[in-house]
Ligand binder design. Structure first.
Ligand SMILES: Cc1cc2nc3c(=O)[nH]c(=O)nc-3n(C[C@H](O)[C@H](O)[C@H](O)COP(=O)(O)O)c2cc1C
Length: 174
């Protein structure tokens, strides 16, 4: 296997993500320490990855306190892990934001248009109220990526490669 092939495979998996490649864990290092949660990878084109969220969530506060984040993916079928590292930015206006918001279906609007902030206590789930005016609390998390690490588990010996860009890769001891 060539480093170039590994790089190309990673790009193909993440550019049109299916299954586990669409649902990474986003890890942040905020004021309350480390936090991790599953998110939907909305777009990926090296060196950028984008997610959607509610601007009132703790992950936004965390990113604003410390923009260094990590995204980790694992596919149990191929036994491949991909780890990305980058610098995140929260976007709540502008052309990219408007375009992304217009792609959010009616059904998914509850994720960004709750009257009260995510994590607030509800007496019961039915008490959730939406305020569908304007852009709600829709936010993009855009990550400027600078590291990609690929790990393939194999019975005959694991493989691990590290990249800082398409031409800057090397093999690592797994
Ligand atoms: C399959 C799945 C996909 C999710 N996708 C997102 C997402 O794209 N954006 C998001 O903000 N939260 C998403 N969540 C919810 C987060 O995992 C998390 O519970 C929530 O955003 C609160 O995180 P925080 O309190 O760390 O900010 C998803 C959860 C699951 C189980």
């Amino acid at each position: 296997m060539e480093l170039k092939t590994v790089w190309k495979t990673c790009q193909r998996l993440l550019e049109r993500p299916e299954g586990p490649w669409r649902l990474p864990v986003l890890a942040t290092a905020g004021p309350d320490g480390a936090a991790a949660r599953v998110v939907v990878l909305r777009s990926y084109r090296w060196p950028q990855a984008t997610m959607y969220t509610d601007s009132r969530t703790p992950k936004v506060e965390a990113v604003e306190a410390d923009p260094r984040v990590s995204l980790v993916f694992y596919d149990p079928d191929s036994r491949v892990q991909i780890r990305l590292q980058g610098k995140a930015e929260v976007i709540t206006s502008g052309r990219d934001w408007e375009e992304a918001l217009s792609s959010v279906s009616e059904g998914a609007r509850a994720d960004y248009f709750a009257e009260r902030p995510p994590g607030a206590t509800l007496e019961k789930p039915e008490d959730l109220e939406l305020d569908l005016t304007g852009g709600g609390h829709f936010a993009l998390i855009k990550i400027e990526l600078f590291k990609l690490e690929w790990l393939k588990l194999r019975r005959e010996g694991h493989l691990r490669a590290f990249f800082q860009g398409p031409e800057e890769g090397r093999w690592l001891v797994p």
